[in-house]
Design a protein around this ligand. Structure first.
Ligand SMILES: *[C@@H]1O[C@H](CO)[C@@H](O)[C@H](O)[C@H]1NC(C)=O
Ligand SMILES: *[C@@H]1O[C@H](CO)[C@@H](O)[C@H](O)[C@H]1NC(C)=O
Ligand SMILES: *[C@@H]1O[C@H](CO)[C@@H](O)[C@H](O)[C@H]1NC(C)=O
Length: 397
């Protein structure tokens, strides 16, 4: 068993194009944060492109833009390869990361996100709705497609990220306004740039998440979220193997959020875990990890694993292979539908269920409803219509 699964991992590793980039139809996405060098050893964080060559990793959120108004960026020791911008010593000009993002995307097909917040974010958000709107414009001008009208400093130069991640861990005033503006800028760019831009978040598993909730509570359409199932009583270490009902481990609660609260009814959830003992409290491996992943596969929103962080993962030999094997293994059988409690998700759509069981559901304004390779719902929420912009992109407008 172990041997054949290891073989699957080796096979995938030999075929980089087999799985690369976020795939909403897959339950085997792997996201690993890079930029903060959590292991904090001299060489424990190498340049970004080192990790993009690893075919087992699909998504890399770069941490962090840990100040928005005013702008602050911090990439731990990777910042040593950057220089401060002359007009703002707190923002880094990083040509090596620029080069690597382009390599990661073009050569390896990775999804690269800029992550906002992190534990050291302490600005408390935005003083007004208009300040939040203009901050969203600044962020997108810094990291999105080059806007010739903007003179803002771009830390990654000509490189364009695939999206933005919210990792706020303390309160953010006017977050919903900020997120709404960012989403609309991203969707407008998606249509003109012919590519998808993702909005993700990394809430704590405690529901609802204090910091990110104002955006997660049905206001803004997220493509996926990567929940921190560590450092918390609801984390993977509290999972009880064999129990159908889990009192502490709460993926059911977030799956219910996905179906009943989330603005995007097809939102995907990655289970976030610590990548090594020192990365966070609540690290699990071996049979406990296999069991919790197998159990969590029963939820239709489940889309893979997030890990904190790259430096810790690379000091934990064999761990990534185990995660890949656990994701490839069959899940445990779903519980009886009567044991779920609460109300069933309502769906107004009669849409067909896709091959991955993603279900029907309708797409909100600006959400994707078509395009080559897209397998999600195609019916727009009233009164929007699905407008085709290109072979790759159709959205509800
Ligand atoms: C996405 O995942 C699905 C399910 O595993 C797979 O069939 C499909 O080929 C993947 N798409 C891409 C573009 O890799
Ligand atoms: C800094 O640049 C050097 C030289 O290219 C490279 O070897 C190293 O991995 C980089 N460090 C980080 C943390 O990006
Ligand atoms: C730049 O400004 C022009 C003139 O106001 C406007 O038409 C155009 O849409 C702007 N471009 C972007 C990317 O904002």
């Amino acid at each position: 068993m172990v041997r054949s699964l290891a073989y699957v991992g080796a096979l995938l590793a030999a075929l980089p194009s087999a799985r690369a980039g976020f795939n909403a139809s897959s339950t085997q996405n792997i996201a690993v944060y890079w930029g903060q060098n959590s292991a904090n050893q001299a060489n424990s964080q190498q340049r970004l492109s080192t990790y993009c060559a690893n075919a087992e990793i699909d998504i890399i959120p770069i941490g962090f833009m840990n100040g928005i108004s005013p702008v602050i960026t911090n990439f731990a020791n990777a910042g040593n390869n950057c220089t401060a911008f002359p007009d703002n010593a707190n923002a880094l000009d990083c040509p090596q990361i620029e080069e690597d993002i382009i390599t990661c995307q073009k050569t390896y097909g990775k999804t690269i996100l800029i992550s906002l917040g992190g534990g050291s974010y302490s600005q408390g958000g935005f003083s007004s709705a208009s300040a939040a709107t203009s901050a969203a414009q600044t962020v997108w001008n810094m990291f999105g497609p080059v806007n010739p009208n903007s003179t803002v400093d771009r830390p990654f130069g000509s490189a364009v990220v695939d999206g933005v991640d919210f990792d706020f861990e303390s309160g953010v005033n006017n977050l919903a306004t900020f997120a709404t503006e960012l989403r609309s800028l991203m969707d407008a760019s998606a249509s003109s740039a012919n590519r998808k831009f993702y909005l993700s978040a990394a809430p704590q598993c405690v529901y609802p998440d204090y910091a990110d909730n104002p955006a997660l509570n049905g206001v803004v359409s997220f493509d996926f979220i990567m929940i921190q199932y560590y450092n918390n009583g609801c984390g993977v270490s509290s999972y009880v193997p064999g129990a159908t009902i889990q009192w502490n481990y709460n993926f059911d609660v977030w799956d219910n959020w996905a179906h009943t609260v989330s603005k995007n009814p097809n939102v995907k959830i990655l289970l976030g875990i610590a990548a090594n003992t020192g990365a966070a409290s609540g690290y699990v491996s071996g049979t406990q990890l296999s069991a919790v992943i197998s159990f969590t596969k029963q939820y239709s929103s489940f889309a893979g694993i997030m890990m904190w962080d790259m430096s810790q993962l690379y000091e934990n030999s064999g761990f990534l292979d185990q995660v890949v094997s656990d994701l490839a293994a069959p899940g445990s059988s779903p519980p009886a539908t009567t044991s779920t409690g609460g109300s069933k998700p309502t769906s107004t759509s009669g849409g067909s269920t896709g091959p991955t069981g993603g279900g029907g559901g309708t797409v909100p304004q600006w959400g994707q409803c078509g395009g080559e390779g897209y397998t999600g719902p195609t019916q727009c929420q009233s009164p929007y219509k699905c407008v085709v912009s290109s072979t790759w992109w159709a959205s509800c407008q």
